[in-house]
Design a protein around this ligand. Structure first.
Ligand SMILES: [Zn+2]
Length: 172
C-alpha cells in the first residue's frame, strides 16, 4: 500500500536557492530560456507558440527582433529573413496568414543556417578583418540597387530606431 500522506516528511532536503551575478541580467535570462534558432528545439511547433495575442499586434520586424524573442536574431539578419519570406518589415503579424507564418519559420531557419555555414554576412568582418561568405540580399551595400528576384529598386528607410531594407514588389 502506498501511503501518499507520509511523503512530505521524507522530503527533508528542500531546495537550495542559487544566485549568480550573470542571472541578474534580464536579457540574459530571456535568451537562455529560449532555444537558439540553429537548434532542433527551435522547430515549427515552437515557432507557432511565439504567435500569441500580444505578438500579433507587432510588426514583422518587431516580432522577430525585439524582447530577445529569438536569440541571436537582430536587425542585421532580419532583413534577409523577411525578404526570403516575402513579408514587409512593417506588416502587422495579425495580417500574416498561416501559410506565410510557416514560410517565415523556414526563412528564419534557412537564412540563419546559411549565414552560420558561410562564416557570417559579407557586411561584417571577423577578427582578422575578413568579410563573411554569406552574400547579403538586403543591406546598405544593396540599397537602391535592383532586387535580384524581380528587378525593382530596393528600398531603404528608417523604422523603429533602425534601418529597414526591403523590396516593395517581393515583400507585401
Ligand atoms: Zn523584388
Amino acid at each position: 500500500m502506498i501511503r501518499l500522506w507520509s511523503a512530505p516528511s521524507r522530503c527533508t532536503g528542500g531546495m537550495v536557492a542559487f544566485h549568480d551575478g550573470e542571472y541578474d541580467n534580464k536579457y540574459y535570462i530571456l535568451a537562455k530560456k529560449k532555444p537558439s534558432p540553429l537548434t532542433g528545439g527551435f522547430d515549427r511547433q515552437y515557432f507557432r507558440s511565439l504567435r500569441t495575442e500580444e505578438t500579433v499586434k507587432l510588426s514583422a520586424k518587431a516580432f522577430l527582433a525585439t524582447e530577445q524573442r529569438i536569440p541571436g536574431l537582430g536587425n542585421g539578419v532580419l532583413q534577409d529573413i523577411l525578404y526570403m519570406a516575402g513579408i514587409h518589415p512593417k506588416r502587422k503579424m495579425k495580417d500574416v496568414s498561416d501559410e506565410e507564418y510557416d514560410r517565415l519559420f523556414d526563412a528564419v531557419k534557412n537564412t540563419l543556417r546559411m549565414m552560420a555555414e558561410q562564416g557570417g554576412r559579407d557586411t561584417e568582418k571577423d577578427l582578422f578583418g575578413n568579410p563573411g561568405g554569406y552574400v547579403t540580399y538586403l543591406s546598405k551595400n544593396t540599397a537602391f540597387t535592383p532586387c535580384v528576384k524581380c528587378g525593382y529598386e530596393l528600398h531603404k528607410e528608417n523604422y523603429m530606431g533602425g534601418t529597414i531594407y526591403y523590396c516593395e514588389n517581393c515583400q507585401k
